[in-house]
Design a binder for this molecule. Sequence first.
Ligand SMILES: *Cc1c(COP(=O)(O)O)cnc(C)c1O
Length: 400
Amino acid sequence: MKESTRLTTAGRHPERFAGVVNTPVFRASTILSGSLSEWEKKKKARANDEAGVSTYGRFGTPTTHALEEAMAEIEGGYRSLVFPSGLAAAATALTALLSAGDHVLLTDSAYSPTHTFLTRVLSRYGVEVTAYDPVMGGSIESLMRPNTRVVYVESPGSETFEIQDVPAISAVAHRHGAVVVMDNTWGTPLFFKPFEHGVDVSIQAATKYVVGHSDAMLGVVTCTREMWPRIKQTTYDLGQTAGPDDIYLALRGLRTLNVRLQQHWKSGLRVAQWLQTRPEVEAVLHPALPSHPGHALWKRDFKGACGLFAMVLKPVSAKALEGFVDSLSLFGLGVSWGGYESLIIPFTPSGKHLPARWPYAGQGVRLHIGLEDPEDLITDLEQAFTMLENIEAKADMQYA
Ligand SMILES: *Cc1c(COP(=O)(O)O)cnc(C)c1O
C-alpha cells in the first residue's frame, strides 16, 4: 500500500463504532467491566501487552489507541504512545532509558528545551550529558564512553538545520551498546523513516504537522519492539496521558498530512530559492537546496522537506530588523510551526560547537512556509526588504 493510501486507513475501525468513519472522541476516567471475570480478563490482556485494551482513562480510550496504532504504522515502528506535548514525549523517553551513572550524547543542535531537560532535570539524578557536533557522523565514536546509554539525534537541527548522518551515528551507538533516540519532528512520519536508519526510539512533536492546524498540543513516542517494555512502563509510571479532543485533532490532521506536506515542501522551496537571490540575505539554510552543506545526506535519507527553514540576513541594525519583521502581514511572529499559516522568528543560535558550524555574521531568521500562495508570500517579503533597505538608508543619512 502506498503512503497516501495508508494515511486514510491507518488506525480506523468503523465497524467498531456503528460505521462512523472517524473514531469518535471517547472521554473517560472510569471504564466499566460488565462482570468480575471480564475485569480479570482485561487486566490479564493489559499485562500481556495487548494493544487497544484499557482499564482506566489514563491508559487511553479507543480515541487514544486509534492514534497510537496509526502513528506506529505510518512511522514504521512497533508501537506508539501519546503524550500531552512533544517535550513530554522526549522527556519521558529519556527518563525511560537513562539511570544514575549513565552518559548521554546530545546533538548540539537539539531543540533547546530537550537540552534543558537533560541538564536541569536528569542531571539531578546523576545522568551526565555531553553535547556533540551534529555533523560529526561516525566520528562520534571518539565521544563514546563505557557508560554511554543514549545517543540523541535531531535532523535537521532546530534553527541551524544541519543534516546528521543518522545511519553512521546509529551504527557506532549500537556497536557500543547505546540506544539511538531521534526527534523526528522536521522529517515528520512521512519524510524520514527513522527505523530504516537505525533509530530505536522516535519522537514526534505532533503539535506541528500531525495536528497541522495550530490548535492542539500533542507528542508521540514510537519505538522498536526491544525498547517497548521500558518506554511503556515509564510512561505509565509517570502518569503520562493526553486528552481525547486533542488526540482527535491529531487523527483528523493525519488524514491530510501527505497533501499538506507536499505543498509545504513545494512552497517552502520556492520561497527559499527566491530568498537566495536577495542581496539582503547572507545564506539560506534549506536542506533541499543544493547549496546546503547537508544536501547530499538529505537526498540520500529523506523523502521530502517540510516548510521550515532559516535564512541569515546580512548584518543590519536592530531597527531595520524590527521594521522588516513588523511590516510583514502574512507571516505571524511566533514559535511552533507545522500549521497552515506562515511564521517568522529571529533567533540567535547557541551551542558548544556553534563557532565551527555557524560561519555567518548576520541575524538568523527562521521561517515556516504555510499553505498560502507562495507568490503572495514573496510579495510580502519583498515589501519587507524594501522597508529594511529604507530604514538602513535613513540611518546612513543621519550619520553622513
Ligand atoms: C516544538 C518542538 C518540540 C516540542 O513540542 P511541543 O509539543 O511544543 O512540546 C520538540 N522538538 C521540536 C523539533 C520541536 O520543534
